[in-house]
Write a protein of this length. Structure first.
Length: 156
């Protein structure tokens, strides 16, 4: 029996998984690097700022819709859109607009709908993803055995 249902949510009566997902290896993300990736049906970017911290955002610029994973640039700790060079912080707020002296307060505010919680540990970059953009419901726990002497990381 064939089905004419095209919406995946209608085809399967299963919950959409959420949680912390490994999205990269620390050694593959140097200062200034930008990496696009997909979680669920959404596109995101992560980048490493000059302070060494990994940040993540929705990949689509809210200003004009450019994809931040292509031709963007890391400036300090923010990511600069390739279209009009707006800069965004890891909290989703606008850090700089090149043709304005001051960024309006409404644009500077953190934007959870755009930001992606990131956790980096044991050489892995994890991103929190939830289909309804809920904040992390649990923290990743340390695994003490992985830092004990004698632990060997298997090369890929």
């Amino acid at each position: 029996m064939s089905s004419s249902v095209t919406n995946p949510e209608q085809r399967f009566n299963l919950p959409i998984p959420f949680g912390w997902f490994a999205v990269g290896r620390s050694e593959d993300l140097k200062v200034g690097d930008i990496v696009p990736f997909q979680l669920g049906d959404e596109e995101f970017v992560i980048w490493r700022g000059e302070d060494g911290v990994v940040r993540g955002l929705d990949a689509i610029c809210p200003h004009l819709g450019a994809h931040l994973g292509h031709e963007s640039k890391v400036v300090g700790n923010s990511i600069r859109c390739p279209f009009h060079h707006w800069q965004f912080g890891g909290d989703g707020g606008v850090v700089s607009i090149p043709y304005q002296d001051k960024v309006p307060l409404t644009l500077r505010k953190p934007c959870r709908e755009r930001s992606l919680p990131i956790h980096e540990d044991l050489g892995i970059v994890f991103a929190w993803w939830h289909p309804h953009q809920a904040d992390p419901l649990f923290a990743l726990q340390a695994v003490p055995e992985l830092t004990e002497e004698g632990w060997i990381c298997r090369p890929s």
